[in-house]
Design a protein. Structure first.
Length: 219
């Protein structure tokens, strides 16, 4: 995982801890939040790993029972060894395997994140988090107005919180970070939405950010 992606994901956790009353980044203990973020990511890695192991156990039991109950084994003499049989790749099996792979992928991402936090690369990651948080807190109203403007007058506070925070981070970059290509901000927001939010959220976020970029370039 690259350091900017790590910073954005950690910033997402930071945003979840921001109070509406906070107006200055100096009021936020970034070091403490990063530490908490690392703990959250570590916990998520452990939970995902546990989920993956549970799914693997279920798959093993399914295969074991399928083999035991297969006609070739049912009809064999009881004192003979179980005969290995081919396992059909049913949609149920594929779904279970996909869940394991998804859990494993999230576990690897969380491990990568905690490595970045714990190693010397933390300084660059931390600095980018501080930049995002500072810029947002000082321009909260303008950024939230952009979300409201392009989300059919939805109340910003009524949006799914994680979607709102992903939009806030991306729009902060689009409006104020000249060194970050707009397309990168959008792509990163979409990928983070796919990872942390609901299936339909990535399309919603992509649409809102596309309109923000279009309106910004017209101005």
């Amino acid at each position: 995982m690259n350091k900017r992606r790590a910073a954005r994901e950690l910033a997402l956790i930071t945003f979840s801890q921001l109070s509406k009353s906070i107006k200055k980044s100096e009021d936020i203990d970034i070091a403490e939040i990063i530490q908490k973020s690392a703990e959250i990511m570590t916990g998520e890695a452990e939970n995902n790993l546990n989920s993956a192991v549970k799914e693997l156990v279920k798959i093993r039991e399914f295969i074991q029972n399928y083999e035991f109950e297969h006609p070739e084994n049912v009809e064999k003499p009881y004192n003979e060894a179980t005969i290995p049989v081919a396992v059909p790749m049913t949609s149920d099996m594929l779904g279970r395997i996909d869940e394991v792979l998804d859990s494993a992928d999230k576990t690897y991402s969380a491990i990568d994140m905690t490595k970045l936090v714990s190693l010397g690369e933390i300084e660059e990651v931390r600095d980018y988090i501080v930049k995002i948080v500072k810029t947002f807190t000082e321009n909260r109203d303008k950024i939230d107005d952009k979300i409201k403007e392009h989300s059919k007058d939805w109340d910003v506070e009524r949006l799914v919180k994680i979607d709102r925070d992903i939009l806030r981070i991306a729009i902060t970059e689009i409006l104020f970070f000249k060194d970050v290509p707009q397309s990168v901000s959008i792509d990163e927001a979409v990928e983070i939405a796919k990872k942390y939010s609901e299936p339909e959220s990535s399309k919603f976020i992509n649409g809102i950010l596309g309109q923000v970029v279009k309106s910004k370039n017209i101005l």
